[in-house]
Design a protein around this ligand. Sequence first.
Ligand SMILES: [Zn+2]
Ligand SMILES: [Zn+2]
Length: 296
Amino acid sequence: VAGTFARIFNRQAAESTDIAGAVDKLAKLSATYPDLQAAAALQAALLRAMYAAPAPVQPLDISAATAATRLAARTPLLHGVALPFREQDLRGLFLRLCASARKQSESHASAATVLEEAVRRGRLDLWALSHKLIGGAGSTLGAALDAQELPAALTMTLLRLALLPFLEQVAVQLAPLRAGQAWQQGYCPSCGAWPILAEQRGLDQFRYLRCGLCADSWEVDRIWCVFCHNRDHLQLGYVQVEGEEQKQRAATCDVCHGYLKLRSTLTPLSVPELLVEEVALVHLDLIALEKGYAPP
Ligand SMILES: [Zn+2]
Ligand SMILES: [Zn+2]
């Protein structure tokens, strides 16, 4: 097993510095916290698979007027829009992620094999699933996959990672359409997903939410629950580990019992860095869950 980890964490020649840096950080996490070893090695393998081939994206055709109308109606820009990349490219990336999970993780190997089979035989329609996910039907998909006897959690994890390299480029295209438009919602203005964390940027600690599906970011108020919009500071709190609260903690809400991880940064995190934080901040998830808070 040690050999497998060493191989995964070894630098590869043609890798971008972003990815190499993220893999290095995952290796350090794995060395410092033995509990995180398996999760860090799997994340490193998935990260490499995500960027092992280009993810070509077409220009998206949304006018400034359409974008303004949608945002004013609190509708994410990609709702109901045909995704501007090719189904076969998404499928190729998803299959690379399945293969990577199968090779890297004994605990996910059999589920990953089931998924590869399901995609190859047309039992799992990734294209339709992606449009439903971005169309706002994300919460119903788990039950639908269960009914098909497919491993729902792994499907959604790998689908999200397969979509990210495409959607992060789409979000960059959408940025000019969002400029100057207010968006005081907890869900993503581009794709509608919930944030995976908030960055507290710079010395002023302005709060920016980061989307887990397209990596977009948008600024929100600090004394505010992103899930239920509660502003009563007596009902808002934090969970944290003593000594690291300046760097990272989770904001909690006693009205909806949601929580959001917060990470102090000077500059926005890259997508590979966001994926590192997913592993690095897992202890905050555990503390929040233990105290009765839950993701939306
Ligand atoms: Zn998004
Ligand atoms: Zn709340």
